[in-house]
Unconditional design. Structure first.
Length: 162
């Protein structure tokens, strides 16, 4: 029999990528990240930002066994080291290495419009107008491997808007 944790001890992962204009004034001012907002609403939980910078198709097709030369990494952020370790373990089981980009206050580094958000994992889109069939074929291409060192570089290169 498995014992469930009370909500105050649960690890919550956040894929939140709220656009600044849709949420609190603190988001607009850059004083709060979307995941920190989630943490505020789930007081007592341990929120870890993960899975937000890769699309569902690449999440499925880019998974590789530990030690594989073409294994990709994903960034995580959180304020609780034990919770981050749990999420890192899950990512490892799913076929990804992990790059810890810091506390929730730094989770903006993997938000939309940052260098590590989606694009590094996707084959560049062909130039020009694509038919619906060609666009679908492009979307269905396997992901591009993004190793931990590259994820670390891209996250470090992010510049906060404003």
């Amino acid at each position: 029999m498995t014992r469930s944790r009370p909500p105050s001890e649960a690890v919550q992962w956040s894929r939140a990528t709220l656009r600044q204009s849709r949420a609190a004034a603190e988001l607009d001012a850059g004083e709060l990240t979307s995941s920190a907002l989630v943490q505020r609403h789930l007081a007592g939980s341990r929120v870890v930002k993960a899975f937000n910078n890769i699309d569902f198709h690449r999440l499925l097709t880019s998974a590789r066994p530990a030690g594989a030369a073409d294994r990709s990494a994903l960034p995580i952020a959180g304020d609780d080291a034990a919770a981050k370790a749990e999420v890192a373990g899950l990512l490892g089981l799913l076929g990804y290495d992990v790059v810890d980009i810091g506390p929730l206050a730094e989770s903006w580094r993997s938000q939309p419009d940052t260098p590590v958000y989606v694009d590094p994992y996707v084959v560049p889109r062909p130039q020009g107008e694509l038919s619906q069939e060609d666009a679908y074929r492009w979307f269905e291409t396997p992901g591009v491997p993004v190793p931990a060192g590259r994820v670390r570089e891209l996250a470090a290169a992010a510049r906060r808007p404003g």
